[in-house]
Design a protein around this ligand. Structure first.
Ligand code: HEC
Length: 101
């Protein structure tokens, strides 16, 4: 019994990664991006915050990584980059690259 109790504590932790790769987790992340970048990444203030919709997946992914490492310098995007995993960056880059404008 003791063994079982311990297992039931471990299992939920193992099964709840930060990002499951599903649409729901992606939607949660997108809400943050869209706050600045506009609905579906189409900016209403492009001179301040660039539109990310419809740009190539590889480009978007590279920019997110560049922000994370500080190669491309920007305070806010540095913070965003640092909190995103590679998997999340890939999923976001894929999503926004496919938005039709
Ligand atoms: C608080 C506002 C804010 C949030 C939230 C935010 N961004 Fe940004 N983002 C910016 C600004 C401002 C820039 C322009 C940076 C610059 O001038 O280099 C930018 C730049 C970018 C670029 C580069 C675009 C280009 O054309 O080169 C990408 C890609 C990007 N953001 C993706 C995201 C993603 C994905 C999210 C959500 C995880 C996100 N951003 C959240 C403000 C924000």
């Amino acid at each position: 019994m003791k063994r079982l109790a311990r297992l039931s504590v471990l299992v939920p932790i193992a099964m709840s990664p930060a990002f499951a790769g599903d649409n729901e987790s992606l939607a949660g992340l997108r809400m943050e991006c869209d706050t600045c970048h506009g609905v579906d990444g189409v900016s209403v203030v492009p001179d301040q915050t660039p539109t990310i919709a419809g740009k190539s997946e590889a480009y978007l992914f590279r920019q997110l990584q560049a922000f994370e490492t500080g190669k491309r310098r920007h305070e806010t995007m540095l913070m965003m980059g640092q909190k995103l995993s590679d998997q999340e960056m890939k999923a976001l880059a894929r999503y926004y690259s496919r938005v039709k404008r």
